[in-house]
Design a protein around this ligand. Structure first.
Ligand code: HEM
Length: 441
């Protein structure tokens, strides 16, 4: 790796303030300066390798995925708050549980969840008042949290407990970001009891979930929701998941499933509100569809342009804007020699805006997804990752997003006073605020 151009430790220190606020411009400048891969001399002795090279990304995520694992950032730092579930584990532990949980997310199984999802979305959207402007980021966060909660537990009477769980999840994420962005203060976070305070909240969150699971088991009711599927999943020897593991997996679904979807929906609404022609096309497409009489799995066929708008928003603003991996052993990728233990940050954000692969890359133009087949852009487009660790909830999220956009845009014309959206790249790529006005059609 000695031949990779590098950003020195001094440059990182010099730029630390702006990196803390938003690291993406710093990444962009270095990609412009050095090309598709470079090294930043921070952390480990060999530094961190940044890449937007589609060949390297494909190699790591798919071709030679066995040689790569998630970094400590997820398997230790995030895991201390949400446990060792799918998102935060590696190796055999991950493989066994992925095999068990995967069937719950198959398209056929999801069909059973769609009416629960639909009801949760309808109920959250009641907060919209025509003639008023609101920050839809807050609304979409509540919506996405409730959709996961209802899909897991199918109960409307647990709202208070879910609101507390949402507070805990969001507050612990904010703490984790402080730990990541200000590692030099970690001694203080520990000494002042801050970390212990958040770990205590994490335990409270687990108790809330455990209570709901206990109530399900003692009720003897069969609901066919995600919780039932997890309770019925079996290891190869026929035993069920131990309770602590079940709690880890449930917490992971909340963490991985709510913020990402809320971000994607908020960016989509902003993009649509700022593009009059796109919005007109959407209204036309939606006027010809009655969601109540469409078999929900046919939604994508019935609303193809809506789907393109979501895909284009995920291209410009991928919630999982970087994907990280650590090399388990040395490897060679097209002349690039990786040492064992190398940390690679794959910039999905940069690849999605790479002008070699996307024409008019900075522009929101959903039509591009109509003009090409998925196989034509698969190598340059990773909103849900790829390979065996690809997002387990991608279909779930796509259904949720298409139903939400339909429920909003079949009723309202939307607008925004913002000329540009301010982004906030934390664990996921978030918008700061998304003020949207609603007028009845
Ligand atoms: C727009 C919404 C979403 C986006 C953009 C997204 C993106 C991603 C990406 C990129 C990964 C792979 C990360 C990596 O390879 O390191 C991932 C993993 C994962 N996602 Fe999603 N996700 C979304 C929604 C959801 C939903 C709704 C759920 C569940 C209800 C979910 C559950 C998970 C889980 C459990 C993993 C870990 C899978 C594993 O490692 O086996 N995601 N997601």
């Amino acid at each position: 790796m000695s031949d990779l151009p590098s950003v020195s430790r001094w440059e990182v220190i010099k730029n630390r303030k702006r990196i803390l606020q938003n690291p993406l411009p710093f990444h962009s400048e270095n990609f412009e300066r050095f090309g598709d891969s470079f090294r930043v001399k921070i952390g480990a002795p060999s530094g961190v390798i940044f890449t937007r090279d589609p060949l390297i990304i494909k190699h790591i995520l798919q071709k030679n995925h066995k040689n790569y694992q998630k970094s400590k950032l997820q398997t230790e730092d995030l895991a201390k708050y949400i446990g060792k579930g799918l998102l935060t584990s590696n190796g055999e532990h991950w493989r066994v549980h992925r095999r068990m949980i995967q069937p719950a997310f198959h398209k056929k199984k999801l069909e059973g969840l769609l009416s629960i999802m639909n009801k949760a979305i309808e109920s959250e959207l009641e907060q919209i008042k025509p003639g008023h402007e609101i920050d839809v980021y807050r609304l979409m966060s509540d919506l996405a949290f409730q959709v996961v909660a209802q899909s897991l537990f199918s109960r409307a009477d647990i709202r208070k407990r879910m609101v507390r769980l949402q507070e805990i999840t969001e507050s612990n994420q904010r703490m984790l970001i402080r730990e990541m962005r200000q590692p030099y203060l970690n001694w203080w976070f520990r000494l002042s009891g801050k970390i212990e305070g958040h770990l205590k909240m994490a335990r409270e969150g687990r108790e809330i979930l455990n209570g709901i699971i206990e109530e399900r088991i003692s009720s003897g009711l069969q609901k066919d929701d995600l919780l039932d599927m997890l309770l019925e999943a079996r290891y190869e020897d026929g035993t069920p998941m131990p309770r602590q593991q079940l709690l880890d997996e449930v917490l992971i679904l909340f963490t991985a499933g709510h913020e990402t979807t809320a971000n994607a929906l908020s960016f989509s609404l902003f993009n649509i509100a700022s593009n009059g022609e796109v919005q007109k096309k959407l209204h036309k497409e939606m006027a010809a569809v009655d969601l109540n009489s469409v078999a929900i799995p046919d939604l994508f066929k019935q609303l193809p342009y809506t789907k393109c708008c979501i895909e284009e928003s995920l291209r410009l603003y991928p919630p999982a804007y970087v994907i990280d991996r650590e090399a388990k052993d040395e490897d060679s990728i097209g002349g690039l020699e990786l040492r064992k233990g190398s940390l690679v940050l794959m910039s999905v954000y940069e690849l999605h805006r790479h002008t070699d692969f996307w024409s008019d890359a900075e522009r929101f133009r959903p039509e591009r997804f109509q003009e090409k087949l998925p196989k034509d852009y698969a190598q340059y487009y990773y909103p849900f990752g790829a390979g065996p660790r690809m997002c387990i909830g991608n279909n779930f999220a796509m259904y949720e997003m298409i139903i939400t956009l339909y429920r909003i845009l079949s009723r309202y014309r939307i607008s925004t006073p913002l000329a540009e959206i301010e982004i906030n790249p934390l664990i996921s790529l978030k918008p700061k605020t998304v003020p949207i006005g609603f007028e009845r059609i």
